[in-house]
Design a protein around this ligand. Structure first.
Ligand code: NAP
Length: 246
């Protein structure tokens, strides 16, 4: 059975991707932040994945930590046998205008959203190379494509992921490894719950479909990008934003 590893899969889009890929027939490795709360949530996600008749195991690691990613990938390889798909999904926000943004808030977002992708690629790409097969999907954002006031840290991290996606696609294409990115717009998750109603209404003005997206609508595109139906698609960024920019 092919194995999909999803980072930050204890809730939100990551949890939804894990369930969708389990439904598609993948065994799933569910990464969660090493805290009791995250572990409880991840275990519940694993339970839902197992209902599709696949293997689902939880693996704790702070993805901004290089050593923890290395250990996690070794464990997954030992316990699940292979890694055919990697979804770099874990992410955080620490929003405020540049004038007020503290250095630690800039660094924290870059570490979790961007450095984590390097950490995971470093350890998963050698596994995929040996298999002569791999599907990588990086979760970027419309903020990385167009910028967003109050998100200089977040938009920098998400734009960097796009550059990394294209580079990995070029470096690993000959090894039968594809690497693509998705750039979600405003999606209903705990991350966007934190926004005020005033900001939510304002944001919807620019969305052609006049509604927020659902995590399932990200998971379905990821499902395509890790399937054989997308075998000739690599280095691409697919915007999933209900027509935010046209
Ligand atoms: P979310 O509900 O806050 O979920 C983020 C996940 O990342 C959580 O499971 C969280 O774990 C995990 N995480 C955070 N730091 C981590 C770390 N250091 N190590 C391991 N896991 C960590 O957010 P979401 O909306 O589902 O976002 C998922 C991805 O989509 C993110 O990359 C986000 O930037 C991107 N995105 C979201 C939207 C949107 O509108 N929601 C739009 C564009 C892009 P715990 O909470 O358990 O600690």
């Amino acid at each position: 059975m092919a194995v999909a590893l999803i980072t930050g899969a204890s809730q939100g889009i990551g949890a939804c991707i894990a369930k969708r890929l389990a439904k598609d027939g993948f065994d799933v490795a569910i990464n969660h932040y090493p805290s009791e709360d995250s572990e409880v949530k991840a275990k519940a996600v694993a339970e839902e994945c197992r209902a599709f008749g696949v293997k689902a195991e939880c693996f704790a690691a702070d993805v901004s930590n290089y050593g923890q990613c290395e250990e996690m990938v070794k464990k997954i390889k030992a316990e699940m046998g292979s890694i055919e798909a990697l979804i770099n999904n874990a992410g955080i926000t620490k929003d405020t205008l540049l004038a007020r943004m503290k250095e630690e808030d800039y660094d924290a977002v870059i570490a979790v959203n961007q450095k984590s992708v390097y950490n995971m690629l470093k350890h998963v790409c050698p596994v995929m190379m040996k298999q002569k097969y791999g599907r990588i999907v990086n979760v970027s954002s419309v903020a990385g494509l167009y910028g967003n006031p109050g998100q200089v840290n977040y938009s920098a991290s998400k734009a960097a992921i796009i550059g990394m996606t294209k580079t990995i696609a070029k470096e690993y294409g000959r090894k039968n490894i594809t690497c693509n990115a998705v750039a979600p717009g405003f999606i209903n998750t705990p991350m966007t719950d934190a926004l005020s109603d005033e900001i939510k209404t304002k944001l919807l003005d620019a969305v052609a479909l006049k509604r927020y997206g659902e995590p399932e609508e990200i998971a379905s595109v990821v499902s395509f990008l890790v399937s054989d139906d997308s075998s000739y698609v690599t280095g691409q960024v697919i915007e999933i934003s209900g027509g935010l920019s046209m």
